[in-house]
Design a protein around this ligand. Sequence first.
Ligand SMILES: C[S@@+](CC[C@H](N)C(=O)[O-])C[C@H]1O[C@@H](n2cnc3c(N)ncnc32)[C@H](O)[C@@H]1O
Length: 238
Amino acid sequence: MTRDGDQSPTVGIGEMLISSRSLDEYKAMFNLTERDLSRKILDCPGGAAGLTSAVNRLGGDATACDMAYFDRKAEQLAGIVAAETCRGNRYIRANLEHYDWTFFADPDEHLRLRQHAVEEFAADITRNPHHYVAGRLPALPFPDASFDLVVSSHLLFSYSDRLDLTFHLEALTELMRVSRSEVRIFPLVASGSAALYPHLDTLLTDLRGRGVEGEVVEVEYRFQRGAHHMLVCRHITQ
Ligand SMILES: C[S@@+](CC[C@H](N)C(=O)[O-])C[C@H]1O[C@@H](n2cnc3c(N)ncnc32)[C@H](O)[C@@H]1O
């Protein structure tokens, strides 16, 4: 069974990327409102994304959690994620037809904005290491209901070629455990594919059995073709 942390190259981009989406991308991927951004937020996996640094700089309260933060100093991580940003951009240039060029005008803009997010991440993890917590799904180092809102981008569903249904169920259950109210996941398609995750109905049924209701919601973000929806999960209240 393929589980967390399996870095074996398969289809799509190959080895799992440590990517660096910006706050603007997160806003569009998750339909985030100003009210959402004023809540206590967990970004898991945070990777080298810009949400945590930007939200905290604006006076909010965001924490990133990722297994990439284990056993690496900030300086070492900064070097790795800078190289990862170039790898991600190379993949996109080689697969232009899989992308819709409206959010980003072209691959150069994609590279520039992702590099900017990496710089913000590197500066913030150096200055504020407590914003970045090492953790590995499906077991996170936070007490129950620690956050108001949990966002999770480009791990679940994206890497369903190597993470199986059991991992998805356990990871979502864990993300819900640490959230007081809501978890949002984007996208619902695999990297390199425009097809909806094939086990979504089974996953939603299993989640309902664990007291979690999932709803598929269209979002504004347009980049990977076919990736237009997030999954919003909420605790079922009697
Ligand atoms: C494609 S990146 C997404 C990062 C960020 N959410 C973004 O959209 O830019 C995937 C991330 O998942 C992390 N990851 C992979 N397996 C994980 C696990 N089991 N628990 C926590 N993080 C994991 C990787 O280290 C990597 O940073």
